[in-house]
Design a protein around this ligand. Structure first.
Ligand SMILES: Cc1ncc(C[n+]2csc(CCO)c2C)c(N)n1
Length: 98
């Protein structure tokens, strides 16, 4: 696992329910990739191979657009390790769960 990303899609729409609907579509897409992911209140984290993750990041905008979102801003954070593995999502968050 040489990379993980955190992706926050912010649809440029007024209605909160519409934001939720579009983000749900993006999360459903992320789920469909079969990679391990973690949904948080502000962003979704995914872990996997770097090239695969970059493709997924690219597709998230296309999925939102297909769901009817004409404009959005997306913020992406990347953890990458050239040799060896990045810390897993599990190792980073599980011990903090209440
Ligand atoms: C990719 C991505 N994942 C999570 C959020 C945060 N978020 C915004 S609305 C909502 C509820 C969806 O049912 C969640 C979890 C985001 N903005 N973009």
């Amino acid at each position: 696992m040489n990379a993980s990303v955190a992706i926050q899609v912010l649809p440029s729409v007024q209605d909160e329910e519409e934001v939720i609907r579009i983000v749900d579509e993006v999360i459903d897409y992320i789920k469909s990739t079969g990679l391990n992911y973690y949904v948080g209140p502000c962003e979704t984290s995914i872990e996997g191979d770097y090239d695969t993750l970059m493709e997924i990041v690219k597709n998230c905008q296309l999925v939102a657009a297909k769901a009817g979102c004409k404009a959005m801003n997306t913020y992406v954070k990347i953890s990458y390790k050239a040799e060896g593995d990045v810390l897993t999502i599990d190792k980073k968050v599980t011990k903090h769960h209440q």
